[in-house]
Structures are given as structure tokens and as C-alpha cells.
Ligand binder design. Structure first.
Ligand code: 5AD
Ligand code: SF4
Length: 469
């Protein structure tokens, strides 16, 4: 094949002809059924993208393996949110160099947020000549073209284009049979001053509600019991759609689906989380009374420097409104410690806030400078030592809160979706509450995928334990 499949004019749909051509070329390249290894770093959005990438690889005839060393096609779906991720990924790639020397037919591909950055793509081009295919975040539907191009034209493929819409119709090979990701939008328009995501994932684009509802129905019909709607800021879902639709309206439509299942969503941006949405969750049958509502900092000056567009008073008002509507609602959050210019007093405001809200889970991050973001140019950086002291303090405070909450669960009966085997012995099973608390119990493996009521009799570090009643 000498025709180049890749043009700058990016296709916004799957091309069946190219998929079948790629399948032929893959079959010719390997004298055995080809196996792929796909590994995703970072957030849930990346995990969901990887499931669709696996769907495309399956269409091209690939099976899947957990061992990169034995794979014919290895793909790392990368993350760029924090420094250090880059070195880790390149370490994984470096480990494949000798394997590829012995098996030159092996193909190595890198994609995702890290490779969307031109400097990184250039580094891979020049320093990792055994990497075959590199592409960014908005073009994974073109993987069949890229594979066809690599095998057919024998040229390495570097592609940085990005589809403007969300490409529909890509099948998924899902990692789990109980819980499923359902992306409802891509990109982010918020430009929080520390964050690289808007630069690597582009502007917000929402999927059409009918596509989302159809996918949710299909997942439920297949037996999935928990669906998590995904977007960088689900609260601004619907921007640009005609006719107009809001996230609360989408929630209400999805809630009409019949069946025994749960729904969650992430991530909510406090500036766009409306009372209407809280009402919709409170009145719903299926939506968990749990909101992941990242606050990032407990201090208004830091929030302003972070470009977050809310203050602590309005954030706390939202929390108390939700509590007034749902007495069982729980919250989780993301916190960044050591933002440039942050003082000890400002950090203590964060400690004060987490004690006041009593989140049931915190995702804590040490600030990491991302070149190209406004925060990267800010002065008065917090020293590494100070950041790690604050970070440990924050963890200890949250640990106390979680231990207290876990103790308070003893004697209560909780509804749990069992999703996996437990850690404490052969018949141990594990699952999660609406509030995403891990519960361990005991019973037959066939119960995985069902909702059970568990009476809690023990609190552990990482979970609570109890008996099915
Ligand atoms: N440094 C540290 N944490 C970050 N996050 C995003 N960018 C950075 C950064 N540069 C965190 C935020 C966000 C979560 C997904 O990652 O808390 O909510
Ligand atoms: Fe990053 Fe802010 Fe967008 Fe979240 S909302 S992805 S933190 S820019």
C-alpha cells in the first residue's frame, strides 16, 4: 500500500474500509493470533478511552494479554496531570527496547495527554526510535489508519490532530462486568491555572443526549449495575448542543430507565453545580447520594489564584443545600497542597474546611508545575520539603475523619453493590456503598454483581466489614 491514510483533514467517524484493510495487514504481519497489551495511566477518562481503543484493536483481530513482554502490540495511554508521569511512562517504554530487538514485528504505540504535547512527541521521535505510533487524545478512532500506515508504508506515525466532535460508534472492550464508564463529553473550558488538561484535551464538546441514553440502556441490558457518567466538568454538559440540554435534564432522563442499577457522575465543578442538579439527584431513583465536588483549597485567595470562580462560602452553601435535601448525602474532594504563593495560614484553612465538611474520601495532590499553564510562571513557590510536610498533615487529618466515620458505621446496615473478591480469605467479597465506601463481606462468588444489605460489625483501615443480612 503506498497510499497514505492519514491526512490533516481529520475524519470524525470510523472508516470501515480502513478497519478491514488494517485487519488484513495485521493478519499478514503475524503468523499467530495477534495479542495486544493496553495500559492506561491517570484518570477515569483515560480508562474509558483505553476501553474504546481495545474495542478498535478487537475489530482489527487482536486478542488481549496482561503481559507486555509477550504482546505483539503494546500501547500506553498516558497522563500529563503531574510531573513524574512522563519519566514513568518512558521507563516502561525503555523496558521494551530489548524485547523489540528480538521481536522486530512487535509494535509499540503511545497516546494520551502526555503525547499531545509537541515537546514530548518530538522527544519520543528522536530518542525512542523503536516506538512505532504516537498520537494524542482526540484521534484514537484513527488507530486503524495509523496501524495500516505503519505496516503498509513502514513509516513511523506521529499524529497530533484532534477531532472536534465526540466520535460515536466505537465499540468498547470493558475491563469490568459490573461497573461501566460512560463518557458524556470531552475536553475542558475552565483553565484552572495549575491544570494542563484544557491544553491537551481541547475545548468542551458534549455527546448528544440520545446517544448517551442509548448507551446507558445497552449497558443495563447487558447486566451492568453501576454506570459512572464521565466528563472533566459534567455540570457544564450540553454547552453548544441544539436543542439545548442541561446536565440536570440529562440526569432526569437517565433516571427514567427501568432496572436495578446505580448511577454516579464525575467530576463536578463547584462553580457550575446547580441547586437544580442537587434536586434532581435527591428526587432520583438511581443516582447515588454522593457528590465528588473538588474544592482544591480551603482559602479564597488561593482559589482566586487557581482561577476556580467560587469561594468557600458559596461552596459550603452548596454542601448544606445538598444536606438539607438528602440527609444521607456524602462528599469527596480533590485537594492540591503547595500551590505557588500558598502560605501556612492558607493551608490551615484547607485543614479547617475538610474538618468542617467531613468528606468520606479525599484525593490529595502535591502541586506540580506544568509548563504552559499560568501557575508555572507564578512566584513564591512552596519548597518541596514544606509541601510534603503539609501533605502528610492533610493525610493524617483525613485519616482521622475516615476512621471516625468507619467506626460510626458499626451496627448499621448498608446497601452494597458487590463487585469483586475480597482480601480476607477465600469466601471474602468486596463491594461499595452509594458513598463509595469499600465494604467487605463473605459469601458465594456468584453474588458478585448483586446488591446486598450488609450489617457492619468491624471497621478496618481501608474498608468496613460485615455480614449479609
Ligand atoms: N498539580 C497537582 N495536582 C493537580 N491536579 C490537576 N493539575 C494538577 C497539578 N498541576 C489535580 C486536581 C484535579 C485532579 C484531577 O488533579 O486536584 O482535580
Ligand atoms: Fe483541570 Fe480545572 Fe478542567 Fe478540572 S476543571 S480538568 S482541574 S482545568
Amino acid at each position: 500500500m503506498n497510499k497514505s491514510f492519514i491526512t490533516n483533514d481529520i475524519k470524525e467517524q470510523l472508516d470501515e474500509y480502513v478497519i478491514s484493510r488494517a485487519k488484513e495487514l495485521v493478519a499478514e504481519r503475524f503468523d499467530h493470533p495477534p495479542m495486544a497489551y493496553v495500559h492506561s495511566f491517570g484518570c477515569q477518562q483515560n480508562a474509558a478511552d483505553a476501553e474504546h481503543i481495545k474495542g478498535l484493536l478487537a475489530l482489527m483481530g487482536f486478542g488481549f494479554t496482561d503481559m507486555p513482554d509477550n504482546a505483539d502490540f503494546v500501547l500506553f495511554n498516558t497522563c500529563a496531570v503531574r510531573e513524574g508521569a512522563e519519566d514513568r511512562v518512558l521507563g516502561h517504554v525503555g523496558a521494551l527496547k530489548n524485547i523489540k530487538r528480538n521481536r522486530p514485528d512487535m509494535m509499540i504505540a503511545l497516546c494520551g495527554c502526555m503525547t499531545q504535547q509537541q515537546t514530548i512527541a518530538d522527544k519520543i521521535k528522536h530518542s525512542f526510535p523503536y516506538v512505532d505510533i504516537v498520537f494524542g487524545t482526540g484521534s484514537f478512532h484513527l488507530l486503524p489508519q495509523m496501524i495500516a500506515e505503519r505496516i503498509g508504508n513502514k513509516k513511523r506515525v506521529f499524529y497530533s490532530g484532534s477531532a472536534k466532535s465526540v466520535v460515536e460508534g466505537i465499540p468498547a472492550v470493558r475491563d469490568d462486568s459490573v461497573k461501566a464508564w460512560l463518557p458524556i463529553m470531552k475536553g475542558c473550558d475552565n483553565f484552572c491555572s495549575y491544570c494542563i488538561v484544557p491544553y491537551v484535551r481541547g475545548r468542551e464538546v458534549s455527546r448528544r443526549p440520545e446517544m448517551i441514553i442509548a448507551e446507558a440502556k445497552e449497558l443495563i441490558a447487558k447486566g451492568y449495575k453501576e454506570i459512572t457518567l464521565l466528563g472533566q466538568n459534567v455540570n457544564s454538559y450540553g454547552k453548544g448542543l441544539e436543542p439545548k440540554v442541561t446536565f440536570s435534564e440529562l440526569v432526569k432522563e437517565l433516571d427514567k430507565i427501568e432496572g436495578e442499577f446505580r448511577m454516579r457522575f464525575m467530576t463536578s465543578h463547584p462553580k457550575d453545580c446547580s441547586r437544580e442538579l442537587i434536586d434532581a439527584i435527591a428526587e432520583s431513583k438511581h443516582f447515588c447520594h454522593h457528590i465528588h465536588l473538588p474544592v482544591q483549597s480551603g482559602n479564597d485567595v488561593v482559589l482566586k489564584a487557581m482561577n476556580r470562580h467560587y469561594n468557600i462560602d458559596s461552596y459550603l452553601e452548596l454542601i448544606s443545600y445538598a444536606r438539607s435535601k438528602m440527609d444521607d448525602v456524602t462528599f469527596s474532594s480533590d485537594i492540591i497542597v503547595g500551590f505557588p504563593g500558598e502560605t501556612r495560614e492558607q493551608f490551615e484553612d484547607t485543614l479547617k474546611l475538610i474538618k468542617e465538611v467531613e468528606y468520606n474520601a479525599l484525593f490529595t495532590f502535591i502541586y506540580s508545575k506544568r509548563n504552559g499553564t499560568p501557575a508555572a510562571k507564578m512566584e513564591n513557590v512552596v519548597s518541596e520539603k514544606e509541601k510534603s510536610v503539609w501533605f502528610r498533615e492533610l493525610l493524617a487529618v483525613q485519616q482521622d475523619i475516615c476512621e471516625r466515620q468507619n467506626q460510626q458505621m458499626i451496627g448499621k446496615t448498608l446497601r452494597v453493590l458487590l463487585d469483586s473478591e475480597g482480601k480476607s480469605g477465600e469466601d471474602a467479597l468486596a463491594g461499595r456503598t452509594e458513598g463509595n465506601i469499600i465494604v467487605e463481606t463473605f459469601g458465594d462468588r456468584s453474588l458478585i454483581g448483586s446488591f446486598v444489605n450488609v450489617k457492619i460489625d468491624k471497621a478496618m483501615n481501608w474498608a468496613v466489614q460485615g455480614t449479609i443480612v
